[in-house]
Design a protein around this ligand. Structure first.
Ligand SMILES: Nc1nc2c(c(=O)[nH]1)N[C@H]1C(S)=C(S)[C@@H](COP(=O)(O)OP(=O)(O)OC[C@H]3O[C@@H](n4cnc5c(N)ncnc54)[C@H](O)[C@@H]3O)O[C@H]1N2
Ligand code: MOO
Length: 393
């Protein structure tokens, strides 16, 4: 059996990043930036007031001042300030020439044109002023290549003058559940049946990634059905994900069906728990990833393989999940012959593996916010030992 790291490397090598595409800002959300993003404008484009109050020269403190005009956001005051003069100013407005501080209005009294300070200490030069170019200047790289376009990134891209962005491609993905026992979630379900939770789970996992996901339904454990469906999907999408039918039972037909329709399988079985029966290969131009059927196995393998594959194809520079460290809140037993990914909770800086690790259980998936990574053959570790984990949320 190959290691998780080797399997990840082999999977990513099966596909190249898709060609980049230009999109409107809002269509670029959750995509990866294709090249560093340069500012096309200076921000702020002038010295701006950070508060509502009066623009003054600090050397005139403690006043009084004569208010000679007004500067509002979008309506700059065009004159300049002489000794003893102030300009009424609002948040976001241009600071007039010769002013070097904004007195907030709460620290003043006003009588007609006359302005007085109600504080004793002179404000510092530059106080309540956002300096020209202090956020970024024209040509500054405001986002690096491969940046994930989350809310903050969209904000800075818009401020930097961009209405369209060049981002990595959007892989098309088909999710096919397999198993005679499965019924669609919410349908009547006999004791011999089980709701298909894997397909909704996988779709939920992909909502924050740049991909077009299609639910290819539930495929019966029938070689002909699997062959026809997988063959058709391979011509329509970039990634086919199956769940179930990956192991060694008589009804585990996914691999056989794939080979029969000409797939080149790259690996089957990875030294990990849960998720051992994972398989990957290619049919034509499509990558096929066969996840095990058990819900936690499907979750962990999707987290460690499917998500990185999508990120890689969509232009992310670092597609694999990041590793963090925390002290374990409980003793940990020795590792077995497979790497383990224990569903765990990180709280108050400590990590606690959930007591139930059965890969058929879905409740633990809803409770876990981390996967505690335990290398194979590791010796027992007492409470307090630093361990590695991956964040799930
Ligand atoms: N003799 C052996 N038996 C098994 C081995 C092994 O090495 N030797 N491996 C075990 C491991 S590990 C896993 S994981 C499972 C995976 O098996 P399959 O991928 O073939 O999955 P199924 O048998 O089809 O289903 C397993 C389990 O999951 C339920 N399931 C399947 N699909 C869904 C779905 N879409 N939503 C919810 N639940 C699903 C299914 O009903 C079964 O209960 O094999 C072990 N066996
Ligand atoms: O590896 Mo299986 O995924 O342990 O249940």
């Amino acid at each position: 059996m190959i290691s998780v790291a080797e399997a990840q490397a082999r999977l990513l090598a099966l596909a190249s990043p898709l060609p980049p595409i230009e999109r409107d800002l809002m269509q670029a959300v959750r995509h990866y930036l294709h090249a560093p993003l340069m500012a096309e404008r200076m921000q702020p484009a002038a010295d701006l007031s950070a508060m509502d109050g009066y623009a003054i020269a600090v050397e005139d403190f403690p006043g009084p001042w004569r208010v000679i005009g007004e500067s509002g956001a979008g309506h700059p005051f065009t004159g300049d300030l002489q000794r003893g003069e102030a300009v009424r100013i609002f948040t976001g407005a241009h600071v007039p020439e010769n002013a070097d501080s904004v007195l907030i209005q709460e620290n003043t009294t006003r009588d007609g044109e006359m302005l007085r300070a109600t504080i004793d200490r002179a404000p510092a030069q530059g106080s309540n002023i956002r300096r020209l170019g202090s956020d970024f200047r024209v040509g500054d790289a405001v986002l690096p290549k491969g940046a994930y376009l989350d809310t903050g990134a969209i904000s800075v891209a818009a401020m930097a003058g961009h209405g369209r962005l060049t981002v990595g491609g959007t892989p098309r993905i088909a999710i096919a559940a397999t198993g005679d026992e499965l019924v669609p979630a919410g349908s009547a379900c006999s004791a011999a049946q089980i709701p298909c939770s894997n397909s909704p789970m996988l779709q939920a996992m992909l909502t924050s990634l740049p991909c077009d996901v299609r639910d290819a339904g539930i495929l019966r454990d029938d070689l002909g059905v699997l062959e026809r469906s997988l063959s058709a999907l391979s011509k329509q999408v970039d990634i086919i994900v199956t769940t179930g039918g990956a192991s060694v039972g008589d009804h585990d037909l996914v691999q056989r069906a794939l080979v029969n329709i000409g797939a080149q399988m790259d690996f089957w079985k990875v030294a990990m728990r849960p998720g051992k029966p994972l398989m990957a290969g290619k049919i034509g131009n499509a990558v096929v990833l066969g996840l095990p059927g058990n819900p936690s196995s499907a979750f962990v393998t999707a987290f460690l393989f499917l998500l990185p594959l999508i990120r890689h194809m969509a232009g992310c520079n670092a597609p694999l999940p990041a590793l963090f460290e925390a002290p374990t809140a409980t003793d940990l037993p020795a590792g077995g012959d497979r790497g383990e990914y224990l569903r765990a909770t990180v709280e108050g800086g400590h990590i606690t593996p959930l007591s139930v690790q059965d890969s058929g259980v879905t409740r633990t998936l809803s409770q876990a916010n981390a996967l505690l990574v335990q290398q194979s053959h590791v010796t027992p570790r007492p409470k307090g030992t630093m361990v590695q984990y991956m964040r799930l949320s």
